[in-house]
Structure formats: C-alpha cells, structure tokens
Design a protein around this ligand. Structure first.
Ligand code: PLP
Length: 471
C-alpha cells in the first residue's frame, strides 16, 4: 500500500484562508520559508486512505481476540457516550472543588464501589495502568516500612506471576526473590518458607496466576507472610476471574491494583489510555498517593491530608475519562459483575476441555479466566507456537498470547473473556483443531503462515529494529 505522500495527486485539499506571512504579529525568523510539504489530496481521498489503512487492521469489533492476560472483551459503546458528556470533557483539572462537584462525586462513588468489589478500605484512582498501580502500591509498602524504621529489602515473586510484578518491585528498589511453582502450577510453599525472613517486605502475587490457576494455598501464604511482619500485594489486573465470588481482602492481602481498562471495559489495545487504581487496607490508607477524593456529608473534596502519602504519581487525578467509563460499566452491570466472572471462567474451561485432546495441556486443572497450552506436540512436526499463532490470523482470529508464561514450553495463553458467544468459541475451537490437523498433514504450510493477511510473515526482530512502514 502506498503512503499518503506517494498518493499525493496535486489536488490541494487544504484551504489556508489567512495569509500568515502578511501578519506582522509573528517575527519573520519564525515564518516558514518554503512549502509546507503536506500531501496534496482531496478530503475524500484522505478519508479513503485512512479507511483502507484501518480495514487492514484487526480489532475486537472485527473478530475474536483471545489474547491471554489482556482481557480483550467487548467495551460497550454507551461508556464512550457518557465519557464524552460536555460536563466531563470541558471541566478543567484546575477547577475548584466547588466547581467540580459532579466529577468529584463520580470519582468518590467509583472509589466506594471499588472498595466493595475488592473488600479494601481506601482507594487511589491516580495510577494510569496496571504496572503503574503496581509501582505505586510497592511505593506504599516501601514507605510503610520506612516510617516504621524497618529496613526490609526483599520482595518475593512467584515464577508464575505477571512479568510486570518483579519489574515494578525492582523499580521501587527492592531485591527480587523468585519463588518456584510446584508441578501443579501452585506456589511451592516449602520454597516460600525457605525464602521467608525478616528482610522480606512483601510478596507480589498474581491470583489467578498467569497459568490461569487459582492459588489454593493463598490463606496459608497470607498467614505465613503476616506472621513474618511482611505484606501481601495482589495483582488484580484480571479481576474478571473472581469478581463477586471472592476478594483480596478475604484472602489476606494488603494492597491490590485493578485494571479498569481490562475488567471494567475501556478499549485498551494499541496503547489506549488505562487506569490502575490501588486499593489498600485501613492501615495503609495514610500512605496513598494524594489527593484521594473524600465527602464531608455535604460536599465532595480533594483530600491532601494523608499523613504518610507517597505524593503524587500522576499529574492531576488519573485518566478521568477511563474512570467515567468504568463507573458507567459498573452501574450498568450491577449484580451481573459476578455473572461476568462466571462466564469468563466457564468460557475458558469450555475451550480448554475441547482443545486438550490435540494440544498439550501441561497443567490439567480447572482454570479461571484463562489457561495455557503448550505447542510441544506440534513442534514435533516442525511447527512452533508462532506458526500456530500466525495461522490463526488466516481464520480472522487474533493470535493468543504466546511464549508467556515462561514456565510453559511453547506457551499458548488463551483468554476468551466473558463477552463471547458459544458460536464464537466453537468457531475458535474448530480453527485450532483444523490447524492441528494441517500441521500433521502439511507442516511447512502452517509454518509459513499467515497467507491471507495484507502483511505476510515478517522477520520479527528486523521488523522491530528497522520498521519499514511502507511495506
Ligand atoms: C495486563 C496486566 C498487567 C499490566 O497492566 P498494564 O495496564 O498493561 O500496565 C499486570 N498484571 C497482569 C496480571 C496483567 O494481566
């Protein structure tokens, strides 16, 4: 496909109605000397160009997107409508509390709702992504020990945790100690005990872990940690696995982050804005990033009065638009949030059971919202997981997450989400089974896929290092 510059046809589609050169309000040294160099196309040609580009792209509105750990579910369009209400979009972040009552009320009520959903006592809406929530949460934990003059330096992270967990703890200045999983994909309690000492500030757990498995011994783990004076951090990015059934407070956690852009429905593929609020116990409330939003019985206000606050982690108050969408989604769903989790878990188990005949399932256990296959059987025919992922694109299905988690060889991590129908799931199962068949009959065909997409097989390293955007 040609770039818009190559398409330039000489039609000047831009009308400049003011001749800026005749204005003496701008010093001549700032005035452009030559042509601006924009492509010359009509408005219609420009629209066709971008429509063609967008048609080549893949999105949730175009097909199934079972990208493990990313929760690519349906984001109701009414959320967008509400987030674009003028009262929200035209409000300046420097407006006084008095002039921002509506926005503050929404944020306060969202905080209250997230408290119910997580079981926690206080919330900061500032962090703007899951990883940002992790960093903020770990800063809270760090400061907690600092104010107690307790110099703990280590954080435990299991090898089945999300990759951002050790990264966040490390960025916060902690030393990472990796805890092994056992052969059932659960945290190895003996290994945990062996690594637990008075230098351990916290454990970061993704539960369900990245294998999609619920940590059965979570209560024992939280008891062990608390007895040691350590805290527990819960990665709640994938809350659609447990929402309404249990919560991190019941499990004994002290800090949790949520990914509003995943669980609470904001479009987030391709770098869209996110929100990763952190929720903490009463004991840690005074450490939250300030301000939090408060209510004095009459007015909503920004509360900067937190004794040990780690300070601001984001300009102003977070990604407000995402907060509006999340609140709209929560109100719309109500008690059905629990049903969403139930459906997410049911959908994942349904696919898992249908695929485990043809694909290796290293941890054959009931899963939560996702599960991990291994492409090892297919590898015997010379096709690695990347070939399976690419071939799915020929079936108009977005590839699952691959080669993660690292503890599964040739990993294929599948998360169907709650918003897909049985027909869509069956279609995916059929495609996966067909691909397994194709691999047995004609492995090189699959290994060289995709065959029908605008861009065929690329050298991924070369493409990342030297992107050729004209291809
Ligand atoms: C997505 C995800 C994250 C990171 O969230 P971002 O918003 O991408 O920073 C962290 N942990 C888990 C388990 C996730 O699925």
């Amino acid at each position: 496909m040609k770039t818009i510059f190559e398409k330039s046809s000489g039609v000047d589609g831009i009308l400049l109605d003011a001749d800026i050169t005749s204005c003496d309000c701008i010093s001549s040294k700032y005035l452009r000397q030559g042509e601006i160099g924009l492509p010359k196309l009509s408005e219609l040609e420009v629209m066709r160009h971008y429509k063609e580009l967008s048609d080549r792209n893949f999105c949730i509105e175009k097909g199934f997107y079972p990208l493990g750990s990313c929760t690519m579910k349906y984001n109701p369009k009414v959320n967008e409508l509400l987030a674009s209400l003028e009262g929200f979009t035209n409000l300046h972040p420097l407006s006084s509390d008095e002039d921002s009552q509506g926005a503050l009320e929404l944020m306060y009520k969202l905080q209250e709702t997230l408290k119910i959903i997580t079981g926690m006592s206080a919330v900061s809406l500032q962090p703007c992504a899951g990883a940002h929530g992790e960093l903020s949460g770990m800063m809270v934990i760090k400061k907690f020990f600092e104010t107690k003059n307790d110099k703990r330096t280590k954080v435990l992270v299991s090898d089945s945790a999300h990759g951002t967990n050790p990264a966040s703890a490390k960025m916060c200045g902690f030393e990472i100690v990796q805890i092994k999983s056992n052969n059932r994909g659960q945290i190895d309690i003996e290994d945990l005990k062996a690594n637990l000492d008075k230098n351990v500030a916290a454990i970061m757990m993704t539960n369900p872990n990245t294998l999609g498995l619920f940590e059965e011994n979570v209560l024992e783990i939280s008891k062990l940690m608390h007895e040691n004076g350590s805290l527990l951090y819960y990665d709640g990015a994938n809350f659609n696995a447990i929402m309404g059934y249990t919560n991190p407070y019941i499990m004994g956690f002290d800090v949790v982050h949520l990914n509003l852009h995943k669980t609470f429905a904001t479009p987030h593929g391709g770098g869209g804005p996110g929100a990763g609020p952190i929720c903490v116990t009463e004991e840690l409330k005074q450490y939250l990033p300030s301000p939090i939003i408060d209510f004095n019985g009459k007015n909503y206000f920004r509360n900067y009065n937190l004794k040990h606050s780690i300070g601001k982690v984001k300009a102003f108050y977070g990604n407000f638009g995402v907060l509006v969408k999340a609140y709209a989604y929560i109100l719309m769903m109500g008690q059905n949030l629990k049903k969403a989790s139930g459906d997410a878990v049911l959908n994942a188990n349904y696919i898992k059971e249908k695929l485990k005949e043809k694909y290796l399932l290293p941890y054959d256990e009931p899963c939560m919202h996702e599960f991990v296959l291994s492409g090892d059987k297919q590898k015997e025919y010379g096709v690695s997981t990347i070939g399976i992922a690419k071939r799915l694109m020929d079936y108009n299905i977005h590839p699952p997450t691959v080669y993660f988690p690292l503890i599964v060889h040739e990993a294929i991590m599948i998360e169907p989400t709650e918003s897909e129908s049985k027909t869509v799931l069956d279609n995916f199962i059929e495609a996966m089974l067909k691909i397994a068949d194709e691999i047995e009959k004609n492995p090189s065909f699959v290994a060289e896929s995709p065959h029908t997409t605008p861009v065929k097989r690329v050298d991924e390293t070369l493409a990342a290092r030297h992107p050729d955007l004209k291809a």
